[in-house]
Design a protein around this ligand. Structure first.
Ligand code: MG
Ligand code: MG
Length: 241
């Protein structure tokens, strides 16, 4: 999917000193060069192509003149529209060397997403995904953001059902083959509470501690679900395959 390749293109440019606005320009150019349209720009009035959320910012950060620093983590969330269909994916990157604590936060957040994907099979319920994500994240001593959730996706960016990152197995809507959903755990190093900033978009952790976010779009299937927005292109760039 084009979002995956856009995130990989952005990954090439992530280093100390680079502004989040510059990363946004890279993404917008790449998307338009591939005959697609940035899905977030103008969505509900959002001004940019990417959501760039640094450190204690959970999601929906607006690209700005902020220059990345060694030791930061940055969640980059990207949406595109290609031939009328939406793609949506997010990855949290380390800027240079990061602390062991942050490394663990990124590992567990990504692993919680992978656990969610395993549960996203036909015949299971949404709560099976929610529970799988929550159990994995909390097993690392981290907390799960409650206010923001995953979602269905297709001809619109956000479609039913909601896909919370916390919940009980065996509850919620039963999933059928062909359902396409975004699973996107937002996991905090400290407590789960968040705050809405006065820019109307940025969500931060209430305690000011860092937060990570990974997102896949997944097509529900029998036996094993299909991840539509691979991280392979990104991790090839990051050299962590
Ligand atoms: Mg997203
Ligand atoms: Mg999403």
């Amino acid at each position: 999917m084009l979002v995956s390749k856009t995130l990989a293109e952005v990954a090439k440019h992530i280093k100390p000193g680079v502004t989040t606005l510059y990363l946004d320009e890279i993404a917008e150019t790449f998307i338009r060069d591939h005959s697609a349209v940035p899905a977030f720009k103008g969505y509900g009035g959002f001004p940019k192509t990417l959501c760039t959320s640094v450190n204690e910012e959970v999601v929906h950060g607006i690209p700005s003149e902020y220059a990345l620093r060694e030791g930061d983590i940055i969640s980059i969330d990207c949406g595109v529209i290609l031939n009328g269909w939406y793609g949506d994916s997010a990855y949290t990157f380390a800027v240079g060397e990061i602390s062991r604590e942050l490394r663990k936060l990124l590992e567990y957040t990504k692993a919680s997403l992978e656990e969610g994907v395993k549960a996203a099979v036909a015949g299971n319920r949404i709560g099976d995904i929610s529970s799988a994500v929550q159990v994995k994240a909390e097993s690392g001593g981290f907390s799960v953001v409650r206010e923001l959730v995953g979602h269905g996706i297709g001809k619109k960016l956000h479609e039913p059902p909601e896909v919370p990152n916390f919940g009980k197995r065996g509850t919620g809507q039963k999933m059928e083959k062909g359902l396409v959903i975004c699973i996107e755990p937002m996991i905090n190093l400290g407590s789960k509470e968040t705050l809405q900033m006065s820019d109307g978009w940025t969500i931060k952790t209430a305690d000011g501690k860092p937060s990570a976010h990974f997102e896949y779009a997944v097509a529900v299937n029998k036996g094993e679900s299909d991840v539509l927005t691979t991280f392979d292109f990104i991790e090839e760039i990051l050299n962590i395959m």
